[in-house]
Design a protein around this ligand. Sequence first.
Ligand SMILES: [Fe+2]
Length: 213
Amino acid sequence: MNKKDTHNPSTVPGVASPHVLAPLPYAENALEPVITAKTLSFHYGKHHKGYVDNLNKLIAGTEYADLSLEKIITSTVGKPEKTTIFNNAAQTWNHTFYWNSLTPMGGGEPPAALKQKIEASFGSVDACKKELASAAVSQFGSGWVWLVLDGGALKVVKTANADIPITMGFTPLLTIDVWEHAYYLDYQNRRVDYANAVLDKLINWEFALQNAS
Ligand SMILES: [Fe+2]
C-alpha cells in the first residue's frame, strides 16, 4: 500500500470501481453546535455522495475504471479534457479526508510530537491556526485549506475548487472545506467564524499526526 492510500479509507488499493462513499467517522449530529446535523446531512449525503456517484458513472467502461482513486486523480490532473473526472475523483478524496480532519473531541492542544513540528515551522500552535484561518478567509471562491508536509516542514496551502495537494508534491495532514456548502446553512457569509470554530473545537490533530508520521 502506498502511503497516500492510507489517507483515504474509501480506497482499497488494487480494488477498482465502483468507488464507495466512505462511512462518516461519527454521527451526523456529532459535530454540533459547530457544524449542524442539517449541514452534515446535505454535505455528506448529497454533495459527497454526488461526487462518488458521478465518478462511477464517468469512469464506467473507460481506461480509469480499474484504477485506484489516487491513480485516477494523478492521471487526470492538468488534462483539460479530463477535468470532470478529475473534479469528481478529487472531491471524493478531499471530502473523505475532511471528515477525518474533524472530530467531536477536536481542537485543543496537538499531541506533543505534532506540536513540536508545528512550533518548528510556525513558532506556535496559535500562529499555525491563525495562518489556517487566514488562508480560509482569503481563498477566493470555492476551495480547500490544508496543513501539509513539504519535505520536513509544515506549511499551509490553499487550493481552488477540487485541487488537491497530493498532485503538488505535498503530503496533506488535514484540511478544511471552504466551499459555501460546508458552512452556509450554519454561518451564512461568515466563513471566518466557521474556520475559527472548526480550528478551536473540531480539528483532529491526531489525524494530522498520523499523516505526518
Ligand atoms: Fe464540501
